[in-house]
Design a protein around this ligand. Sequence first.
Ligand code: FES
Length: 418
Amino acid sequence: MDGNFKSKWDELIQPGMVHGSLYYDDAIFKEEVEKIWFTTWVYIGHESEIPDRNDFVTKSIGPMPVLMVRDSNGEIQLLLNRCPHRGNAVCVQERGNRARFTCPYHSWTFSNTGDLINYAFPEGYKGTDKSGLGLGKVTRTASYRGFVFGSMAAEGPTLEEHLGGAKRCIDQLCDNSPTGEIEISAGFLKHRTRANWKFILENECDGYHPAFVHSSIFSVADSAIGDLYGNDAVAVTRSFGNGHVEVDPRPEFRRRDKPMSWFGTSAEKLPDYVAQMNAAYGEERARQIMIDGSPHTMIFPNLFIAEIQIFVIQPVSANESIQHSTAIQFKGAPDINRRLRQQTMGSVGPAGFLLADDTEMYERNQRGLEIRQPEYLYLKRGDFRERRDEDGFLIAHSTDDMPSREIWKHYRKMMEAK
Ligand code: FES
């Protein structure tokens, strides 16, 4: 091979620079669906969304609809929401409880393990073998601490290998619950966004924008969170590899040394929760958990743990995405749960400050790319001050572009794969 050969991806993704077409090109979007969304582990939903037998919720892997079901035996199934007859959706309800799904077009009926049970007017199918006419299934299913993921690839890393160091962030989140478990039970808000999914993905750990885009919520809420993203911040960004990144504010919270400062409150204002945490973990460990707080982590490609909420990114097309957001609930902790819901409404609800501001930025970015010059976006901020932490993970200042560079590095590896 010619030593000067450059692949398409060499041209599109250069050190600290990415080509604008990566965000708007329909052909690239189609390739992403195959090489990323139908290959890697994708977050589907949380086990607590389907607590009872026969519960179901409609979810997705990229643009593909998926049913997450707790079947009649209590096992979790990830079924493809496509009737094998002519392709109709067998379920269009967002959630519910049923042991069977009946396709609305010609009334074929399936069990909630995906098996075809009945046809309408069965005389016309005399001699037909039903066994090959069930619903498709997500090829591999695995969960970590209640977070359910699916992969359409028959082979590849296990979920735990895929998550790698980012498992610590899920552990950190669950440790904030006195029972060690979280629940996703507050219902989802869906924001349809006229922007490419990667603008959302990159923004989640972009610590450069909050001081400007979110200055209104920081001032109205009298929040000290803005200090995490200033020029003098001691918070860091970290890359775990595989596209997983975080903003780690623990150095700042440890400097403040005040339990519940991460939540903008004090231990005195949540006496029941603090008592539960002390009883569950012992006072010393509970104090450390309540100082460190909950993580701010983007798990590639679609799960954003945003301290008190989760966001799930769903790509629709090159120019359109849906953001699903909900309040995290700590199992068995009603006093903090009420505040978690209220803060979620204030930040990402229909009249909330935070998500509306971010979404406006995504959509302006997308519109801006209609202007084709300059061709590349610039992601070099802080590249000279990247370093390794004691575990070997790359870290940088909280306002640096390192998370985006790391996401693109992983993206390129996936897109170059045959
Ligand atoms: Fe489902 Fe015909 S498309 S029964």
